[in-house]
Ligand binder design. Structure first.
Ligand SMILES: *Cc1c(COP(=O)(O)O)cnc(C)c1O
Length: 368
């Protein structure tokens, strides 16, 4: 039976994890590897662990179960636990990101039952408007830390913040230092030293790259950097890392290649013949006349991976479009002879990788 192949280069992933770990360690920054784009893939988590990063983070508890069962590694749940999954969270996550007192209380009760100590990374919202206690409510942050300190089943792993998600707020020196000041106030009020100040995701790396990282922030949760070798704020490749040779704006990587089979090969006009309506996704389309061109129909579609996130490995191939189960590519300028049954390859960006790892319609293959 046929499925398109997602080929993942575990050797390069491992190298990138090692480079990232060492680069950050030089500045006294601890890193947690985010595996969520691979949807709980055990092999990619293992590659990153082999590269020397020792905590694997996922946003879904069922994926942490998979990783705990297979690798018995230290795990972190990136999304706040749901009240309906507290027992599984305590069982499969050593750490979780939190912002609700009620959830923290429930985690502690359950951890006592399971005779465990669950680590809480308390989130502060510095302006991006997703999770976390609002940065102006310092008393509330202090009160929540005091609650964590008073509960028998939980421990404070650290204070964390996140940028560049819902609100697309960039991590800057200002919001980094503001976060640091909140942490210092909490430390004074609670008479503690907070172990980790978790500065954000891979976008925070640009501060380190520019040499303006706020000293004192000592933790970061990263996926995209070791997965793509891209610094995402200025959109540039980091040459210490494996990365694509394609223009950086494509944001793809040759560490993730999708191969799909040719099921039809012919020459057709570039403009449809007849009156035009809308496609299955209710979009109306316009077509530019490039005359009659050689094209190939490929056996994968929008239902699997969106084509605008797939960059043909062969620069002479262009994507014409996609329907639920088909992708159409222009091969007029390809010099070698293509045949029905041949595979056409694409490098994937983050969105395509995410989709390819989620769908049952794509098969993973690993290279080293
Ligand atoms: C996804 C996520 C990250 C990591 O993001 P990358 O862009 O992959 O580095 C970090 N923190 C939280 C809370 C996340 O949800």
């Amino acid at each position: 039976m046929y499925k398109p192949i997602l080929e993942i280069d575990l050797g390069k992933l491992k190298d990138n994890a090692r480079v990232e770990k060492e680069l950050l360690a030089k500045h006294g920054i601890e890193v947690m590897a985010v595996n969520k784009v691979f949807d709980g893939c055990v092999e990619t988590a293992k590659a990153v662990l082999d590269g020397g990063i020792d905590v694997i983070a996922e946003s879904r508890t069922y994926n942490l179960k998979k990783l705990k069962d297979a690798l018995n590694c230290k795990t972190c749940l990136l999304r706040s636990p749901c009240l309906s999954e507290i027992s599984e969270v305590v069982k499969y996550a050593d750490i979780s990101l939190n912002s609700e007192k009620q959830v923290i209380q429930a985690l502690s009760d359950e951890a006592v039952k399971q005779q465990k100590i669950h680590q809480v990374l308390l989130m502060v919202d510095m302006g991006d408007l997703r999770e976390g206690i609002w940065f102006e409510h310092v008393d509330d942050i202090i009160e929540t830390v005091k609650l964590i300190l008073s509960l028998p089943g939980v421990e404070l792993y650290g204070l964390g913040t996140n940028f560049n998600c819902y609100g697309t707020v960039l991590p800057t020196v200002k919001n980094g230092v503001d976060f640091l000041h909140i942490a210092r106030k909490v430390e004074q009020a609670c008479n503690i030293k907070i172990k980790y100040l978790s500065a954000g995701n891979c976008t925070s790396y640009h501060l380190l790259d520019k040499g303006i990282w706020p000293e004192g922030l000592n933790h970061i949760r990263i996926g995209g950097l070791h997965e793509f070798g891209i610094e995402y704020v200025d959109m540039k490749y980091l040459d210490e890392f494996h990365h694509s040779n394609k223009p950086v704006e494509k944001a793809c990587s040759d560490m993730y290649k999708l191969y799909a089979q040719i099921i039809e090969l012919n020459s057709k006009p570039t403009v449809p013949v007849g009156e035009l309506g809308v496609d299955a996704f209710l979009n109306s389309k316009t077509f530019v006349d490039h005359g009659t061109r050689k094209r190939a129909l490929l056996a994968f579609g929008r239902q699997d991976v969106p084509a605008e996130s797939c960059i043909p490995i062969n620069d002479n191939i262009t994507v014409l479009g996609q329907t639920s189960d088909h992708t159409i590519v222009d091969i007029e300028d390809v010099s070698e002879t293509l045949r029905v049954g041949d595979m056409i390859g694409f490098e994937l960006d983050y969105t395509a990788l995410l989709m390819a790892c989620q769908t049952n319609g794509v098969e993973k293959r690993f290279v080293y």
